[in-house]
Ligand binder design. Structure first.
Ligand code: HSE
Length: 428
């Protein structure tokens, strides 16, 4: 029989316990598939005495994940501690220095230090795998790195934060304001310890930066991701967007343009009938577009014990079977520093404003838009009791700078009664 693959699990939170459970309940299945046993030899967590859903008493215990990583009876460090710096990174580096492979679910660590860690690992002949870091249980890293390796990737789009999708879809279905649904999500335990990681788009931005690196052969550049959270999305905009046939999503888009690599994680409108538009609740969806494949849509659970542990175990099984891929799909030394596109490609926009209901008001707005080179596609004015009318405009394709120029010129018309809301419409 081949030697067992010996895992050291650093972190026994939800995901760590999920991994222990899979290894314990599926030992025979894992061995049959890998052709060798996959076992846990040691674990590490902050508290040894905490009540857990799984029994870890058969494994050696280390208080310090760095010590765990360096143990002679650990072949693979499974890092599920989290955090971009600190113990997670220290343990990862210690494992690589000791010649161990690493499987991690840590998007923040890789978004900030992915290039350096990949170089360190590849110089040491080790692998770092991170399927669980992006879109939980959805095998999107595998799809991009392996299945689509023969494609030039054109665009990666996706809803990669389930909490934000839960909040936005719940606001619509229950007709509740953002603040109320945020509190609801908090009570349900959906939010990260720092909620801004979720609602500020940072967690999803980390994931997009990792996918970009694989898709475009570039060094991970999280700082170049244009980030905007969902905190300013109102129930009015969700309703009006729906009325015009759209849904509002926190949407990640990465594409290589003539002006450089565009990476955005921002609220966008998508057609309500599209797969992304129909995505409900905490589910994730990633759409991959390549020159030969055209488009594939991957949908599934983006978080949770089972799905995240499932993704970790997929990576573990690759290593057990001897599949050794570069961290970002090509040798780290060949990943290029991408020029960041300073502005997104042109797109249609949704504009909402409160307009004084008097003769010529609409004409003034249309003229400001026209002066900025913006053409109107559709327009709707809603019933209203007072002399202020809610007006929605869907523009033809325009740049954000032209739109900003128009928005800056609107107050001078003296007919626009509030700061207009502008949201990009993404073709999906
Ligand atoms: N907080 C994330 C989400 C899961 O809501 O999708 C971990 O990345």
């Amino acid at each position: 029989m081949s030697d067992p693959l010996r895992l050291g699990i650093a972190g026994l939170g939800t995901v760590g316990q999920g991994i222990v459970r899979i290894v314990q309940t599926h030992a025979a299945l894992l061995e049959a598939r890998a052709g060798r046993p996959v076992i846990i030899t040691a674990v590490s967590a902050r508290s040894r005495t905490k009540n857990r859903e799984v029994d870890v008493s058969d494994y050696a215990w280390e208080d310090d994940p760095v010590a765990l990583a360096a143990r002679g009876d650990v072949d693979v460090l499974v890092e599920v501690i989290g955090g971009d710096n600190g113990p997670a990174k220290d343990a990862t580096e210690a494992a690589i220095r000791a010649g161990k492979d690493v499987v991690t679910a840590n998007k923040a660590m890789l978004a900030h230090h992915g290039q350096a860690l990949a170089e360190l690992a590849e110089d040491a002949g080790c692998v770092i795998r991170f399927e669980a870091a992006v879109a939980g249980g959805i095998p999107v890293i595998k799809a991009l790195t392996e299945s689509l390796a023969g494609n030039e990737i054109r665009r990666v789009i996706g809803v990669m934060n389930g909490t934000c999708n839960y909040i936005l879809t719940r606001m619509e279905s229950a007709g509740l304001p953002y603040e109320e649904v945020f509190e609801e999500a908090n009570k349900l335990g959906y939010l990260e310890a720092d909620p801004n990681l979720d609602v500020g788009g940072i967690d999803a931005g980390h994931k997009l930066a990792l996918l970009s690196a694989i898709a475009f052969g570039t060094q991970v550049d999280f700082d170049a991701v244009e980030l905007e959270g969902i905190g300013s999305i109102t129930i009015e905009d969700i309703r009006h967007a729906a009325d015009m046939g759209f849904k509002i999503k926190l949407l990640g888009v990465a594409q290589m343009t003539g002006r450089g690599l565009e990476q955005r994680m921002t609220p966008c409108l998508v057609p309500g009938t599209s797969p992304l538009g129909q995505l409900q609740g905490g589910t994730n969806m990633v759409v991959l577009e390549g020159d030969s494949i055209e488009q594939i849509v991957l949908r599934g659970p983006g978080a949770g014990m089972g799905p995240t542990a499932s993704a970790v175990m997929g990576d573990v099984m690759d290593i057990a079977r001897g599949l050794r891929l570069p961290t970002f799909g090509q040798p780290a030394a060949t990943l290029k520093k991408a020029r960041a596109a300073r502005a997104a490609v042109a797109a249609p926009y949704y504009l909402r404003m409160q307009l004084l209901d008097k003769p010529g008001a609409l004409a003034k707005v249309a003229s400001v838009l026209g002066d900025a080179g913006i053409s109107i596609d559709r327009m709707r004015q809603y019933d209203h009791g007072e002399d202020i009318a809610p007006v929605l405009i869907v523009t033809h394709k325009t740049t954000r700078s032209a739109l900003d120029e128009a928005i800056a010129a609107l107050p001078a018309t003296r007919v626009v009664q509030s700061e207009p809301v502008a949201i990009r419409i993404e073709a999906v």
